[in-house]
Design a protein around this ligand. Structure first.
Ligand code: NAP
Length: 296
């Protein structure tokens, strides 16, 4: 087994982002800004928000945090988002998910200006991703794509793993992870199978794949029976168990196989926040271009 070091790839990328932010400051006297919105006080969400704010500070990105009461109505959340849309110091808006009390998150996400949609969850950006024909097009057009899937592809590229022509199975079809990741792998010319809870013969399907991505949300779900020799295994899962933080892959069960694998923690997790910083820079540049095109 060979570990794919997401932590190292992530810290290298953060150093590049920090340099880019410093250059922007020097050339434009502007500081890219990210607003985070937390509704309620879910302990895991608090930890994520704290890490996001800290990462912004480290990179020189200005952060603006808003904490709304857990009982806030959908209208109150949307009103705050609209205010953030109007704030010229803010380039990106991140609404921390999940929202409490099963509030319809998509309706709130739809209120985020597509130009500030650093999570890539607005229908406009999700649509651009689906319409794009290649990875180059996604990069050249600065399309805002959901951070975790973007992080996974970055990890694959930086690890020298060739995606083109490979068979990739993505277990999970959420709007946040599975769907956008499948589109990104397709744009990288993989043959993609998107699996879900109704998929039959999942083990056999995975066993035939060169790349297996587990984004299921079930600890140790993927074991030896899912993986072929030589496969690349990307574990997106973050599950809090009595044994501690645990991925969707049963790491101990596969660790003696001849595979490449991202660990949990230290694999995909750090890349998600790094891609949030990257998307904030993209949003800054997209807004700058958009606003200058609007000038008479
Ligand atoms: P989600 O919205 O709950 O989606 C889970 C997906 O897994 C669904 O599509 C579901 O299928 C599928 N699934 C559930 N049981 C299955 C089964 N028995 N066989 C095959 N597919 C099954 O979760 P998510 O937001 O995509 O997140 C997935 C995991 O990634 C979670 O552990 C989450 O904590 C983690 N995550 C990590 C990061 C990070 O930064 N590393 C970021 C986001 C999420 P159906 O659609 O049919 O229900």
């Amino acid at each position: 087994m060979k570990l794919i070091d997401g932590k190292k790839i992530s810290s290298d990328k953060r150093a590049e982002i920090k340099e880019e932010v410093a250059k922007i400051k020097q050339q434009t006297e502007k500081i890219p800004g990210l607003a985070t919105v937390l509704v309620g006080g879910d302990p895991a969400s608090r930890v994520y928000i704290k890490s996001k704010i800290k990462a912004c500070e480290d990179a020189g990105i200005k952060s603006f945090h808003h904490n709304l009461d857990a009982n806030s109505s959908k209208e109150e959340i949307i009103a705050l988002i609209k205010k953030l849309n109007e704030n010229s110091e803010i380039d990106g808006i991140l609404l921390q998910l999940p929202l409490p009390q099963n509030k319809d998150a998509q309706e709130c996400l739809n209120a985020v200006s597509p130009l500030k949609d650093v999570d890539g969850l607005h229908p406009f950006n999700a649509g651009l991703l689906n319409l794009s024909k290649s990875w180059n097009e996604i990069i050249e057009k600065n399309i805002l794509v959901s951070c975790t899937p973007l992080g996974v592809v970055h990890i694959l590229h930086k690890s020298g793993i060739i995606i083109e022509g490979k068979t990739a199975v993505v277990i999970g079809r959420s709007n946040l992870v599975g769907k956008p990741l499948s589109m990104l792998l397709l744009a990288n010319n993989a043959t993609v199978i998107m699996a879900h809870s109704k998929t039959r013969n999942l083990k056999e399907i995975c066993k035939s794949a060169d790349i297996v991505v587990a984004a299921v949300g079930k600890s140790k779900f993927v074991n030896k029976d899912f993986i072929k020799t030589g496969a690349v295994v990307i574990d997106v899962g973050i599950n809090r168990t009595s044994e501690g933080l645990c991925g969707d892959v049963d790491f101990d069960a596969v660790k003696d196989m001849d595979i490449k694998i991202t660990p949990v923690p230290g694999g995909v997790g750090p890349m998600t926040i790094t891609m949030l910083l990257e998307n904030t820079l993209k949003a800054f540049n997209n807004r700058k271009r958009y606003l200058s095109n609007r000038m008479p």
